[in-house]
Design a protein around this ligand. Structure first.
Ligand code: PLP
Length: 387
């Protein structure tokens, strides 16, 4: 069979090889400490589960409004309006999607013609590149400044803008680096997008996971009307709801209406009953968010303290998000080999930094969402083998 050029350009996730090895080792009875995951380890808050049971009992099992149930759109708009002084309308400015990933698909497909360029900072979550390629676009990478712990450089980015640039993707806090974009840089990037009529896609999926001493700047802080901009967010990371597949996108009505066409022609609407769980978690789930963040903060602090004592390794101070990004380049030039070695010798799985782009080579990504005892055991084994 002949496959499409788009299909041929796509890559299988490089993490699969590691995941397959983890499975093999687990099958042979080995207990692996799994720090490669990109999701909270805690169960979803009970209030969300109860709300879904109730929704099922009440037979909310048919299609919902294609924009998502009104109650969810309403509470999300209220939350943003209260926080940012905005005036988002549940009927116009928001679309509930099956996950933030799908929202990104819609946003990119809405503006990209084949051959159009999309700017992505590097390292970055690997799906951006793949989504752009599926849309027929060309990913253009801007290297974040390694020497400044992967800060985003506006000047580097500006040099990559061409007549073909149609969108710029920002992710703050960043997966994998844990860095938060500086407000001044966000402002500059937003200004350029407005000048060049380029779509700014602001992926804020980790916006509720901010560590002590840091502030997160939403794109709304520099562009409250979201002119030329889409804000992507979801429930996966904040509320341990990765399997629920619920996200959303906020944008001016003109763009929401285009994204709605993609939604109607692909999945019709997000799953109906799960949306009731999301409403409930927004009403009463702030305790969960606090407790989860406390665990991630503690794990982050333990890891930072331990890596700071090691000569050969350096951990970037995570400002937000779910991950620690650790420089292993003095021990190995190949993050993939290092991760395999770590798996074999310590029975700990992590993600090689190269998965997130060339500029992530020499690093490994460690998930902070884990039991403290696993983090302590990881450190113990790591020091025994590598220090
Ligand atoms: N954006 C980033 C940066 C992510 O890391 C992820 C998931 O790992 C997503 C978006 C998508 O999350 P979901 O589709 O579960 O909402």
């Amino acid at each position: 069979m002949k496959f499409s050029q788009r299909a041929e350009k796509l890559k299988l996730s490089s993490t699969i090889k590691i995941a397959d090895m983890v499975r093999e080792l687990e099958k042979s009875g080995k207990k692996i400490i799994r720090l490669e995951t990109g999701e909270p380890h805690l169960p979803t808050p009970k209030v969300a589960k109860l709300a879904v049971q109730e929704a099922l009992n009440q037979d909310f099992t048919h299609y919902s409004h294609s924009r998502g149930i009104y109650e969810l759109r309403e509470i999300l708009c209220q939350t943003y309006n209260k926080k940012f002084g905005t005036n988002f309308d549940p009927d116009k400015n928001i679309l509930i999607t099956p996950g933030g990933k799908q929202a990104l698909f819609y946003a990119i497909f809405s503006v990209i013609e084949p051959g159009d360029e999309v700017i992505i900072f590097n390292p970055a979550w690997m799906s951006y590149e793949e989504i752009v390629k599926i849309a027929g676009g060309v990913p253009v990478f801007v290297e974040s400044e390694r020497e400044k712990d992967f800060e985003l450089s506006f000047d580097r980015m500006k040099k990559k803008i061409t007549k073909k640039t149609r969108a710029i993707i920002l992710n703050s806090p960043c997966n994998p680096t844990g860095k938060i974009i500086k407000r001044a840089v966000l402002k500059q990037i937003n200004q350029v997008c407005l000048q060049k009529n380029t779509l700014l896609i602001s992926d804020e999926i980790y916006d509720q996971l901010i560590f002590k001493g840091y502030n997160h700047y939403s794109v709304l802080s520099v562009n409250p009307e979201l002119k030329n901009c889409v804000l992507v967010n979801g429930f996966s990371k904040t509320y341990a709801m990765t399997g629920w597949r619920l996200g959303y996108v906020i944008s001016p009505p003109e763009l929401i209406d285009v994204m709605l066409k993609f939604q109607q022609s692909t999945i019709t609407c997000p799953t109906t009953f799960t949306q009731f769980g999301a409403v409930e978690v927004l009403k009463t789930g702030s305790d969960f968010n606090e407790q989860a963040l406390k665990i991630y903060q503690e794990n982050r602090d333990i890891l930072l303290n331990e890596f700071n004592k090691m000569k050969q390794f350096k951990m970037i101070e995570p400002e937000g998000g779910l991950y620690a990004f650790v420089d292993i380049s003095q021990a190995s030039a190949d993050s993939y080999n290092f991760s395999l070695d770590l798996l074999k010798r310590c029975q700990v799985s992590v993600v090689p930094g190269a998965v997130f782009g060339q500029n992530g080579e020499g690093y490994i990504r460690i998930c902070l969402a884990a039991d403290k005892k696993d983090i302590l055991e990881f450190i113990k084994r790591f020091k025994q083998v590598y220090c």
